[in-house]
Design a binder for this molecule. Structure first.
Ligand SMILES: Cc1cc2nc3c(=O)[nH]c(=O)nc-3n(C[C@H](O)[C@H](O)[C@H](O)COP(=O)(O)OP(=O)(O)OC[C@H]3O[C@@H](n4cnc5c(N)ncnc54)[C@H](O)[C@@H]3O)c2cc1C
Length: 361
């Protein structure tokens, strides 16, 4: 397709914004449609805010490689959103971990990921096989949103907020890029034969205040149904994660099924005293590993829908997939945020070459 052609990008999360910026730079006439009142209000802000470099994925070398490959271009595109100031630890659970310490260290060496053995003061050493200080960063979502806006305002991209669209609204456009994440099938199901099944998980992310010794520290326990804590940049609060207890509902299919009590909570900001909440289970699960976690002060919880490929429990793979759906429509299904610039480059390649085949990032 010729530069100057009209492209609609649907979805103002980080993948849609980055694709819109790259298409604009490539000379296309771009309109970005977002159904919410601002950009990055979906999964791009309700997540654990880790700028992954691969430590998290010892069972999926492809995922680890894709995030490690992507992180440099993300940091170059959105430098002010990268938070490098906190101490980051990865520990391997002594029991029930799917990966043991020796295998994990072998994986890190294979990937060239930096580490040294170190234990945060609040970690129960008897509960882990090893704890490592690692080189990873976080994401400041507010800064990321600000940067997205500044870049869009300097570009020729037209941003339309409060603009939920269907394919039938976009017939004036030469090409459509779908970057709607958990809502991908709301549009893909209208394209015969192209909808894919996903696993949809309705997730809770409690926001907590923690005792002073936790300050500026991020910790994840691998590799299985364990916990993590990550400071929220610019605040004295943390995001509390738990692989099992975060999930209120999980379904495999074309569209997510949100249980009735959670409908108003999803992608709707911090909910104080949420009902339902799994917060007591988060604390119980974490107390196996952390001293003093019972003092966590629950400020409220964020809720969102995670979409992942179905049946990847063995590897926990999180690929980012850019697919040419037909000659007019391309979809971006995101795995991890650090791949968004690579995904945008792939979108430009596909839009620019009507014969281009999809390829993994
Ligand atoms: C609980 C959780 C924790 C995670 N933790 C991390 C992490 O620590 N690090 C990491 O790298 N990744 C993490 N991820 C994954 C990451 O957050 C997502 O892959 C990424 O943010 C998704 O970005 P996106 O732009 O594809 O989707 P979104 O940010 O969800 O954006 C999609 C947008 O499309 C809009 N939209 C949908 N349908 C329409 C329509 N018809 N018309 C107009 N607009 C529409 C939505 O309103 C939304 O704004 C996590 C995900 C979850 C759910």
């Amino acid at each position: 397709m010729q530069a100057g052609a009209r492209v609609a990008v649907v979805g103002g999360g980080i993948f849609g914004v980055t694709s819109a910026l790259h298409l604009d730079r490539a000379g296309y006439d771009v309109v970005l449609f977002e159904r919410n009142s601002d950009l990055l209000l979906g999964a791009s802000s309700t997540n654990q805010r880790r700028l992954h470099r691969g430590y998290h994925y010892p069972r999926s070398i492809d995922t680890a490689r894709s995030v490690l490959d992507g992180v440099g271009s993300f940091a170059a595109e959105f430098p002010e959103s990268v938070v490098s100031s906190c101490r980051r630890y990865v520990a391997i659970a002594r029991e029930k971990s799917l990966v043991d310490a020796e295998t994990f260290l072998g994986f890190l060496d294979h990937m060239g990921l930096e580490y040294y053995e170190q234990y945060p003061p609040f970690l129960r050493r008897e509960s882990v096989e090893i704890s490592l200080r690692v080189e990873e960063s976080g994401i400041d979502v507010d800064r990321l949103r600000g940067l997205c806006w500044r870049k869009l305002q300097r570009s020729l991209v037209e941003v339309r907020l409060r603009a939920p669209v269907e394919l039938s609204d976009l017939e004036d456009f030469d090409h459509v890029v779908l970057a709607t994440y958990a809502a991908l099938n709301h549009i893909e199901t209208t394209i015969p034969g192209r909808a894919m099944q996903y696993k949809f998980e309705v997730c809770e992310k409690p926001v907590v205040k923690l005792p002073p010794e936790y300050r500026d520290t991020s910790l994840i326990i691998l590799d299985g149904p364990f916990m993590c804590i990550d400071p929220i940049a610019g605040t004295d609060t943390f995001l509390f994660g738990n692989v099992a207890h975060a999930i209120h509902a999980s379904t495999v299919g074309l569209l997510p099924l949100v249980p009735e009590p959670l409908i108003g909570l999803v992608d709707n900001g911090l909910r104080r005293n949420p009902s339902p909440t799994n917060f007591p289970l988060f604390v119980a699960g974490a107390s196996e590993f952390l001293v003093g976690i019972e003092q966590a002060d629950h400020m409220g919880s964020l809720f969102t829908i995670r979409a992942v490929l179905p049946h990847v429990e063995d590897t926990d793979a999180r690929p980012t997939l850019v697919h040419r759906i037909n000659e007019r429509v391309t979809s971006v299904f995101s795995g991890k945020i650090s791949t968004c610039v690579d995904a945008a480059r792939e979108v430009v390649r596909i839009v620019g070459d009507p014969t281009a085949a999809s390829r993994p990032l």
